[in-house]
Design a protein around this ligand. Structure first.
Ligand code: BGC
Length: 371
């Protein structure tokens, strides 16, 4: 089969023939339809991240995925040939209490693997084999947008983490206030845009920030009733506005610090962007920073990965988005190009794009056409 592989820690990638994985009892074979590309993939191709599976020099790339079941092995239940599925990314260490409870996104030992990222082959190949526990079924009506489910799972978890912290303002349940709660989303890539949609569906007023004007995200934000602010000249552009919940999706360290100052009283900042470990040192007024956090009951929380429950929450939200804004979610997919042209998406980030997708197998639904 064809696969796009990297050889960590070397930079670069190539499309090559790889052995088709054997169907083992209890597992199913999935034909890959599409793979989304994100900053993590580009970091791996740049040689900054990623690890090959034990015993192999190469790692098959790709973790944002959509495929169709083509073969069901003996003893595999719950899935049938033809089902559309999205695979989760992380596989637990099998030892810690979280991994044993199917919550490997909270793994305590660090001995987890991540398909397409760390010590396990990914999905940017013609086929893969997996057990049904890690495969989330998706209705055919969601075919055009289902490749967004993995980044949406990241958002579902991050929002859940934020709401859990905001909930500490109990005893009064919910948000006992006159107006809606406010959210600020930093970054208008796929994670930021999906966060804006989720938060609008949850009843938040949403302001989304980035560093440019008049790109695809701006019109979409307007269409969902969110406000866009260009903060290229700094968060001053927000005019002092503050938010109960801030979801960060940029990985920019200076911005992370600025976002603390955008938090309202009792607010929570959830970080999802993964900064490069070698990001230049930042000078921070630590006293003012921590003083503010304490005096205003504020919290900063990191959130990584997502277990199956967040993928399932994402499926429900994809349906909710379609009901509320028919056809809009599909517009988050900026381009679909054939897998052979991987370098166009994995080396440079095309300007102004929200989510770029590599088509592995066109399936005649029309969803794979470039927009
Ligand atoms: C993936 C997560 C993963 C994280 C860290 C992200 O791009 O979506 O599943 O846990 O990278 O490797």
């Amino acid at each position: 089969m064809r696969a796009v592989v990297v050889r960590p820690p070397a930079a670069g990638a190539r499309l090559r023939e790889a052995p088709t994985p054997p169907l083992v009892p209890g597992s199913v074979r999935v034909r890959v339809l599409e793979v989304g590309v994100c900053g993590t993939d580009r970091d791996i191709v740049a040689g900054k991240y990623g690890e090959a599976p034990p015993g192999s020099p190469d790692l098959i790339l790709g973790h944002e995925n959509l495929g169709r079941v083509t073969e069901v092995g003996p003893g595999a239940s719950g899935l049938a040939i033809g089902d559309l599925v999205v695979a989760t990314v992380r596989r637990g260490c099998g030892r810690c209490r979280f991994c044993r409870a199917n919550r490997s996104d909270f793994c305590e030992t660090g001995d987890y693997t991540e398909r397409g990222i760390r010590r396990a082959d990914g999905y940017l190949a013609d086929e893969y084999v997996e057990v049904p526990d890690y495969l989330v079924p998706v209705a055919p009506s969601l075919r055009p947008v289902a490749v967004l489910l993995e980044p949406l799972s990241i958002v579902e978890k991050a929002v859940r983490m934020g709401l859990a912290v905001l909930d500490r303002k109990e005893p009064t349940p919910g948000f006992p206030r006159t107006g809606p709660p406010s959210a600020l989303v930093a970054g208008t890539g796929a994670v930021g845009m999906l966060a804006s949609l989720v938060l609008r569906v949850r009843g938040f007023d949403v302001v989304a920030i980035d560093r440019h004007d008049a790109d695809a995200s701006e019109g979409l934000l307007r269409a969902i009733g969110a406000r866009h602010v260009n903060v290229a000249a700094g968060v001053r552009a927000l005019g002092g506005a503050s938010a109960d919940l801030v979801i960060e999706a940029t990985g920019s360290v200076p911005l992370d610090f600025d976002l603390v100052n955008v938090l309202g009283p009792n607010g929570v900042l959830v970080l999802t962007g993964i900064p490069n470990a070698d990001a230049p040192p930042t000078r921070v007024p630590g006293g003012a920073l921590f003083r503010g956090l304490v005096l205003h009951n504020q919290a900063v929380v990191g959130s990584v990965n997502a277990n199956r429950t967040y993928f399932e929450a994402g499926v429900r939200d994809l349906r909710a988005f379609e009901e509320r804004w028919p056809g809009l979610t599909a517009r988050l997919i900026s381009s679909r190009i054939p897998m052979e042209r991987w370098a166009e998406l994995l080396v440079e980030r095309p300007a102004g794009a929200i989510k770029n997708v590599l088509t592995v197998a066109p399936d005649g639904t029309g969803a794979e056409r470039a927009r």
